[in-house]
Design a protein around this ligand. Sequence first.
Ligand code: SF4
Length: 234
Amino acid sequence: MNRAEKVERIRHVLDELYPDPPIPLHHTDPFTLLVAVVLSAQTTDARVNMVTPELFAAAPTPAAMAKLGVARIHDIIKTCGLAPAKAKNISALAKILVEQHGSEVPRTFEELEALPGVGHKTASVVMAQAFGIPAFPVDTHIHRLAERWGLSDGSSVERTERDLKAAFPRDSWIAMHLKIILFGREHCPALRHDMSTCPICSFAASKARLRAAAPAKSAPKAAARARGKSTRAR
Ligand code: SF4
């Protein structure tokens, strides 16, 4: 199977599994999405969705968030990882939106990435999910899976983003990013990958990776044989 065929087959599997992938972070507009994505760094989406109803009820707009103050924001989001830094960043970015962007979320990577707490991945999520502008946000799931599926070499997140953008049609980037995240969450445990039964690695994993995984599968048998020998020796 050549690379183009592999990409097409991966697309087909993901389209079948996730025909209409939902956006996992609850939000009502670009501003609440931006805040939710900032909160999601090193925190699960489920945890973010637990704190944002109270946060957005107290401060649904940049002006209201700027007025809310760092201490109150922190109090509401304190169960999220890195809460002190996130509270400061959310307060500061709300002030910048009010003072420099007419209380709107800007629509360019340059302006988004200039906001406190907003890196390229966060900006990509906002561009894609708030404005429908094609982008391919690469998180740890996507970075890892792109390497496992032989679509990128895993050397850097930037490289993975370039390779995935080249592999998939531009009009599929937004949905494909969500589908790969959902697949990673549902199908990829931290340990023990049975690639032969996996809907994607069964055909996408490189031969070298399949060979590398083979000894791990026979390890329990080897351990049992070793235990048998040591019992007989006693
Ligand atoms: S084998 Fe399946 S579950 Fe494991 S990394 Fe590959 S895609 Fe994920």
